[in-house]
Design a protein around this ligand. Structure first.
Ligand code: DGT
Ligand code: CA
Ligand code: CA
Length: 589
């Protein structure tokens, strides 16, 4: 981990943490039955803060007055200043002590908001999940006003599923949570090296916790751990030792820190990167040779064979070093034995966007501004304007006339924003019967026609699959956006036979998308690999609604790498002329 990387992570950190403070204040006030206007003011503040493109704390340090933000009054502004200097808001810390700590846990249940938590607490004296379970089993909950039998059953179902046990976080949340600690480590002279390991390093789409490996002299380890634990964003300390320390941060996510000696860097990084399945195979291979592999090194009896770098250890086994994203025991050992691991796509291979929005539909920036930012800040060589189509009325989707108007605007933008190829396009809704909501006559005029399902998620698997296949048969389409429709940690995808969709894409000759939004990462790693093996080109897009969303590309690239994708299997790595050719070949008429 370089200083520069730690710095770029830090940039994105503070707004989410600050917003979470106000979100939690609103929850607690609501549970306490406070004035709804006050509650709304805090929720509103959280939203405004989350929407800010730059870290507010940085701006406040430079003299910005938070009261200049919409909906932020003098009182909230004072709290933002306090958070900027101390990382805490004393009033909110105090507020937390005014309700039983277990009550906030109840908010994690689906369909249980602050109002319901208040009723459970006031009417039934429930203060934690155990109490809730007992009351639900005794059928006491269905009698409460606003609850009913259905709610009670849903609560029981959630309590018995792994919904609460296996809590997972989106990648940006993990990244934000760990950022201030990386900053701290980067500033400490006694720290030799540090790096994020675990599922985050393997590029997994969600993370259970964050693991950080640190090397330092043994005598320096206690002071390093003390400094980490003393960080203001630490909410709870689970373990505090010189070798291992675990904390829970203000974003409610656990971080495990491990300090090892500098000569064990490679061994520790390898061990704590996992996956478990990958490590098991490697440990077996060590045992078969009479060796032992642990977090300190690879040993033959007492003698250390390798430990300093991961490559040195893999090399001792005669293996090429698999990139972390491949370490899932999904064939990486066989490929590494042959020294035949794929050269995975990396972020530098990426040249342009084929799926994003503007103020023409539900985007937050004008076409001019987002394209300019893509060119100047992200060095894209092309941009497809793909706003929503008319059925998506909530997103102000484009009808026939507005599509034609946008084509005219793009012709002008080609003059005013030179140096980036601008393609016309649409994200066209697939209707229930599998037809598209704009006529072929219009679609035929566009460069990029994306098709997507945004409605009727509850069709049967058969009906949903047929709907999708029929839409793919339209002669003008270029690719299917976020093919399963899932939202990570929030909702499952619609029921669909994705393998049939992949086969159909291969036969018909269109692309499939890997949507890089951290909520979606859809297609997932397994399906990306399957699609690429079937010869289907993958297109990776951030689905940006603002140029800052283009930063999400790294998560899409991570998922692509987990899917074993090489640059040549991803459309967005093509230079403009080849890209245009590839798009032209998707048109069947
Ligand atoms: P997560 O946190 O659920 O997203 O997934 P991981 O893979 O980050 O899992 P985690 O945090 O429990 O452990 C980090 C890595 O440490 C894991 O990938 C494999 C490695 N490891 C090796 N042996 C063990 C072990 O005995 N226990 C645990 N917890 N981890 C081990
Ligand atoms: Ca982990
Ligand atoms: Ca862990």
């Amino acid at each position: 981990m370089t200083l520069q990387r730690a710095e770029s992570i830090k940039m994105e950190h503070s707004n989410a943490a600050l917003a979470r403070q106000f979100e939690q204040a609103a929850d607690i006030l609501e549970i306490l039955g406070e004035n709804p206007f006050r509650v709304r003011a805090y929720r509103n503040a959280a939203r405004v803060i989350n929407d800010q493109p730059q870290p507010i704390t940085d701006r406040v340090r430079e003299g910005f007055d938070p009261a200049d933000l919409p909906g932020i009054g003098a009182d909230l502004a004072d709290k933002i200043r306090e958070f900027t200097t101390t990382g805490h808001i004393a009033w909110i810390d105090d507020l937390r002590t005014q309700i039983p700590a277990g009550l906030l846990e109840l908010l994690r249940l689906p369909g249980v908001g602050p109002k319901k938590v208040r009723a459970l607490w006031q009417e039934l004296g429930i203060t934690d999940l155990d109490g809730l379970r007992a009351a639900a089993e005794a059928q006491k909950i269905q009698a409460l006003p606003g609850f009913g039998k259905k709610t009670e059953q849903n609560i029981l179902k959630a309590l018995s599923s792994d919904f609460l046990q296996e809590r997972r976080f989106l990648r940006p949340v993990g990244k934000q949570a760990v950022a201030p600690f990386l900053e701290l480590l980067a500033a400490m002279d006694t720290v030799d090296r540090f790096e994020i390991a675990g599922s985050y390093r393997r590029g997994r789409e969600t993370v259970g916790d964050i693991d950080v490996i640190i090397t330092a002299r043994e005598t320096d380890a206690p002071a390093i751990m003390d400094a980490l634990v003393a960080h203001p964003s630490v909410q709870d300390v689970l373990v505090h030792g010189p070798g291992k320390t675990s904390v829970v941060t203000e974003l409610d996510i656990q971080i495990d820190f491990r300090v090892v000696a500098p000569e064990s860097w490679g061994a520790a990084l390898l061990y704590f990167t996992g996956s478990k399945a990958h490590n098991i195979v490697l440990r077996d291979r060590a045992r078969n040779r009479g060796w032992k592999l642990n977090e300190f090194g690879l040993f033959d009896g007492k003698q250390c064979i390798a430990s300093k770098t991961e490559a040195e250890i893999y090399d001792a086994f005669g293996l090429e070093t698999p990139p972390p994203e491949l370490r899932e025991n999904r064939g990486e050992f066989e490929a590494a034995e042959q020294h035949n691991l794929p050269r995975l796509i990396c972020i530098e291979d990426y040249r342009g966007n084929l799926h994003a929005h503007s103020t023409w539909s539900d985007g937050k920036q004008t076409l001019h501004d987002i394209i300019t930012a893509a060119r100047d800040e992200f060095h894209y060589s092309y941009w497809a304007a793909t706003d929503h189509s008319k059925s998506l009325t909530v997103a102000n989707g484009l009808d026939e006339d507005r599509v034609l108007q946008q084509i005219d605007e793009i012709a002008k933008l080609r003059e005013t924003v030179p140096g980036i190829e601008i393609l016309t396009g649409i994200e066209c809704d697939i209707l229930e019967d599998g037809t598209l909501d704009l006529p072929d006559e219009i679609l035929s005029r566009l460069d990029v026609v994306i098709i997507a399902i945004h409605s009727k998620f509850n069709l049967s698997r058969k009906a949903q699959t047929e709907r999708m296949l029929r839409a793919m048969d339209n002669p003008w389409i270029t690719f299917v956006a976020h093919p399963t429709g899932r939202l990570l940690t929030r909702r499952e995808g619609y029921a669909i036979d994705i393998e049939r969709v992949i086969r159909h894409a291969a036969e018909r000759g269109c692309f499939l998308e890997l949507n890089a939004s951290p909520w979606r990462l859809d297609l997932n790693d397994i399906y990306c690999r399957e699609a690429a093996a079937a010869g289907v080109p993958i297109t990776i897009n951030t689905d940006a609604h603002h140029s800052r969303d283009l930063n999400n590309l790294e998560h899409g690239i991570a998922q692509a790498r987990r899917g074993w994708l090489r640059a040549d299997q991803v459309i967005n790595t093509l230079p403009v002329p080849q890209l245009r050719d590839a798009i032209r070949r998707t048109k069947l008429a």
